[in-house]
Write a protein that binds this ligand. Structure first.
Ligand code: 16G
Ligand code: ZN
Length: 535
């Protein structure tokens, strides 16, 4: 059952553009014109991965998230819906960098031998794409690789990234004792809508929520989801804006979660309405940022750190009320970019441990899995809450001693269904935030008042060779270039409540410098000093 001839023939139709490729933080991401051959080769790896994982379904998502419309990307999803195991990223890199079709076939066969993969076993790959026009031809390249390797495949067409992750897990748990949900896009909406109603327990959602969809896939998918929310049970007044997916050039343009977070302002369109509760999704709907514009105080943003704090607080209160404090542990996972104000609040006020990891969802996800309830969010709004099997069992089986305990357990059980267990999901996270605000009867202002952010500044620094910058301690300190960390330490000492770090970006050819301090002037000054050290 050699696939050699079929791969050779198909590969000739999908050449790569010679350059050095690397499976980065979120797969291969670049100008779409470079991706046809890359996507074909990723298809070969997805097929091998399926055969390596007992013929379970592997996912491939075609998206470049918040990047401009001309870019695209491709990444692999493992059987339980999490990101491709890190060990395998180098195999993707090796296949994509093969210099000829013959070398490609050699690497493919060597991988199969090394990993003891039976090429006659069944293989299955499911895939989806965001609204970028280039996605159409890229999935055709992917399908050619799957046909050449005799791999069964399902094209789910246009999806949000978290929907594809959901479908992978649902496919692989179908018919098992613990299933994840119906294996369809509709199943995803049904699961979320049903859990949302249960989570609310009849609480009322205040006012209107305006959702900016970055002119990406989140627009049509959110609109579809809303049809599943029963009007007689929940009055959810959502105004969907920036949902134009017909003009590709407006994707992520002056809108979306990445715009709001990096520019620290509301999208100019539609004109911000004072006091209105707003949130933004990114181009593939896996990031979420809340904000409002106040007539007196101006723009105020509630980012991933705020969502993590809110979720950890609400869930730990429920664990307490449910009488499960002694049997279940809860932890929060952040990156070095988390505002010190949030870390202090979570550790000192909520008494919940915080672990810091390197940037990139896969790192946070791993650490969060070590808790019964692991809350993880990057400041940029990507994150979720993971519930262990023990936690789910406890919510369903523990014997409530009072109506209060019973309510708490029912809400916890509903949250475990509402919150996407595979990856950060902007629609699911938004429903979580809406449910919590409804329970607490809070406005965004109430939420914002839980703690104060430390003034901070993030700068991008052009450097000759970003690979010279090596970090340790979860990217909070530099081991190389030698002496740089001592200089940074020296600069930090000059300011109060200060912290700063520099790291090489995993997605761009540049370094990033983050600084926070007691005042804006100090944070800016410190960031400039550290930038000069790095330059
Ligand atoms: C990617 C990551 C995101 C991370 C960002 C950092 C995923 C799905 N996405 O977008 O989590 O925050 O890279 O970029 O893992 P940087 O390394 O350029 O700062
Ligand atoms: Zn995204």
């Amino acid at each position: 059952a050699s696939h050699d001839a079929a791969i050779l023939a198909a590969s000739a139709k999908h050449p790569t553009v010679p350059q050095v490729y690397k499976y980065g933080t979120a797969g291969f991401r670049m100008n779409a014109d470079l991706l046809d051959g890359v996507t074909f080769r990723v298809g070969l790896l997805a097929s091998l991965r399926s055969r390596n994982k007992s013929s379970t379904a592997i996912g491939v998502m075609i998206t470049a998230s918040h990047n401009p419309a001309v870019d695209n990307g491709v990444k692999i999803v493992d059987p339980l819906g999490d990101m491709l195991e890190q060990e395998w990223e180098q195999y993707a890199t090796a296949l994509v960098n093969a210099k000829s079709d013959e070398e490609l076939v050699r690497i493919y066969n060597k991988l199969a031998t090394d990993q003891k993969i039976d090429l006659t076993a069944k293989a299955k790959v499911i895939y989806g794409r965001d609204t970028r026009p280039s996605g159409h031809t890229l999935v055709a390249a992917l399908a050619d690789a799957l046909d050449a390797t005799n791999t069964q495949h399902v094209d789910y067409k246009i999806l949000t990234t978290p929907q594809l992750h959901y479908l992978v897990r649902a496919t692989n748990t179908e018919g098992k004792p613990i299933t994840y949900g119906k294996v369809s896009e509709e199943g995803y909406y049904e699961k979320l809508a049903e859990a949302f109603v249960r989570a609310l327990q009849g609480r009322k959602i205040q006012g209107t929520l305006q959702v900016d969809c970055a002119n990406g896939v989140g627009g049509p998918k959110l609109a579809e989801f809303l049809k599943y929310v029963p009007k007689d049970k929940v009055d959810f007044d959502v105004k969907v804006v920036n949902d134009d997916v017909l003009r590709p050039e407006v994707l992520n343009l002056d809108c979306g979660a990445d715009f709001v977070k990096t520019k620290q302002r509301a999208p100019p369109n539609p004109k911000p309405e004072p006091g209105l509760r707003c949130c933004s999704l990114d181009g593939d709907a896996d990031r979420l940022i809340y904000y409002w514009t106040d007539p007196d105080t101006g723009f105020f943003m509630l980012d991933g750190d705020r969502i993590a704090s809110l979720a950890a607080w609400f869930i730990s209160e429920l664990i307490e009320s449910a009488g499960l404090r002694d049997s279940l542990n809860i932890g929060v996972v952040q990156t070095a970019y988390a505002n010190g104000g949030s870390t202090n609040f979570i550790t000192r006020h909520l008494n919940i441990p915080v672990v810091c990891t390197a940037t990139g969802v896969k790192h946070l996800h791993h650490v969060a899995q070590q808790f019964d309830i692991g809350v993880y969010f990057e400041a940029n709004g990507h994150g979720t809450v993971l519930f262990s099997a023990d936690a789910r069992k406890a919510f369903k089986q523990a014997q409530p001693q009072s109506p209060g305990q019973k309510d708490a357990m029912e809400i916890l059980a509903s949250l475990a269904d509402l919150i996407n267990q595979t990856v950060g999901d902007a629609i699911s996270d938004m429903l979580l935030v809406e449910a919590i605000l409804a329970h607490k009867n809070w406005t965004l202002r109430d939420w914002a008042q839980t703690y104060r952010d430390l003034p901070n500044r993030l700068v991008r620094v052009e450097v000759g060779d970003k690979d010279l910058f090596q970090t340790y301690d979860s990217e909070r300190r530099l081991s190389h270039p030698e002496g740089a960390q001592d200089e940074i330490d020296g600069a930090v000492k000059k300011y109060s409540e200060a912290r700063a770090f520099a790291r090489a970006s995993g997605t761009e050819n540049a370094c990033r410098v983050y600084a926070e301090a007691a005042s804006h002037a100090q944070a800016n000054e410190l960031a400039d000093r550290v930038a000069r050290i790095v330059e």
